[in-house]
Design a protein around this ligand. Sequence first.
Ligand SMILES: *Cc1c(COP(=O)(O)O)cnc(C)c1O
Length: 467
Amino acid sequence: MDYISTRGSAPALDFEGATLAGLASDGGLYVPSAWPRFSEDEIRSMRGLPYAKLAARVMQPFVGESLTPARLLELCEAAYGRFSHKAVTPLVQLDEQNWLMELFHGPTLAFKDVALQLLGLLFEEFLSRSDRNLTIVGATSGDTGSAAIDAVAGRAKVDVFMLHPKGRVSDVQRRQMTTVLAPNVHNLALEGVSFDECQAIVKRMFNDRAVTDRFAIGAVNSINWARLMAQVVYYFATALQLGAPDRVVAFSVPTGNFGDVFAGYVAQQMGLPIEKLIVATNVNDILHRALASGDYSQGTVTPTAAPSMDIQVSSNFERLLFDLGGREGSALAAQMAGFEASKAMQLTNAQREGAAKLFASCRADADEMAHSIRWAWENSGELIDPHTACALHGARTSGISPEVPVVTLATAHPAKFPEAVERATGQRPGLPSRVGDLFEREERCANVPGAYETVAEYVTAHAVPKG
Ligand SMILES: *Cc1c(COP(=O)(O)O)cnc(C)c1O
């Protein structure tokens, strides 16, 4: 399997190369050169497989020659063996039509673990084949950071530098990052910036020769294709349980960087019968506006109770626009350059019409989020977190016909956001015992001004050269 850049001029890479590269050298994102497709019979034959076996089956076409099927299965068993629920991503029924897919049973209590536990093992596997060191530089609005740090802490040949907007992540989220004291983990709290600005600093570092000549910079954000690949699996797992391929299913996905919902699009391209993908945002609604009216223009970020969705530039949307626009890299490069210059762009007719076939969108404000949390508690006895609440709001207002099951992706454990849950329900969700004494542990974090130069200086002073 070859991976090509959405902007058309970076060299094609195999799976190993695309995993280690993260962002393409032309500023684009890697995508498979074609979508693999399963027949209905092949999908039917996946019913009842344990999660790790299903994962290996769904991902093998993307991995190609980079791992043998036996080795891929071993890595999946190691990654998913760390989850606290044997089903890994269990399904819970809320009412006749609505279901929750619980994606928060990993070590750091959010769905990012599903992909990052595997990605950590893939880095280790590929780096062990050569003398290279990898320097991971990532930006986090809260959950990617802790999941990535858990996945690579103490591993050989990898350093991780994780940037978060100071004061804009929850206490649980921050402590899950800053209390990991392994010497290869570096937390940076960036002063005076939003998540989007942290993400822009990371992207700039990938294309800064002064840095990349000495260090191999790698990505753990969902710009890394391997993350999205691992997320495709749970769409299969859930749809199979609900009757696929003989029954269609819809999904409602709390969305920030468009990674999780893009994985749903990929599952559909691979043959999974998906009726609709609901793109659910909070008041930071650039994606809702883009899908509803074609207007992809960046607003200012408003902090909400769902901080992992407080995003106004949605990196993975580029992958969808590339696919819907006929995969013309040079045209997309021009469109994205226009966006980067003016912070606004209009979707083309082909992109709008293509998106409308599969995607719906919605936006939840603070009251709608709280209402949705309360509804889940009062109707089904389930505590849900504010991100999940945005998607449940979308699921319940989407107008999808009653015979189609609608699955809301529950992306974080409610105990990651206890204040919002308690305000809405009067119940304070407790942290599961597997996170232990989080609030007693020592924290380590560098506070730095939120400017590219200071971050680049910090990284080059502390990272291990590529060798
Ligand atoms: C990251 C995150 C999201 C958004 O996912 P994207 O892939 O960026 O769209 C939603 N909910 C939670 C809890 C998250 O951590």
